[in-house]
Write a protein that binds this ligand. Sequence first.
Ligand code: MG
Length: 160
Amino acid sequence: MDIRVGHGYDVHALAEGLPLFLGGVKIEHTKGCVAHSDGDVAIHAICDALLGALALGDIGKLFPDTSAEFKGIDSKILLRRVCDVVEQEGYSISNVDCTIAMQRPKLRPHIDTMRATLAEVMGLSVDRVSVKATTTERLGFEGREEGVSTHAVVLLIKHV
Ligand code: MG
């Protein structure tokens, strides 16, 4: 059995008046992520973790932010494409865990919707998808509500 671990990290700046997408879910807030895509920082970190496990680079290599094809794109589409790459490489996803760092709004009410959404896109059962959220106690860019970051780890398994 070949087991691979992958880590991903992503950050986006927040700006007033933009829609906020996290974990594939639209969240009501006064600010959203500045991005070429829909700015779903959680999905981007998960994509990077999946690609990292396979040493295939990162999401920017697969989906260049200079390409018109990806302008404003729903990040769920990017995640599905990355999962397709994982399958093509012969691996299956054992589990995903991510932590979103954001001061406001409270993300707890949205966590289970994010888990269900991500699980469906990735073709996994919900118990294999963990989404956690933390404030940074008002410290740093997340704490000042200037941006949002996400760390993600994944485990891939290939039966050989
Ligand atoms: Mg990103």
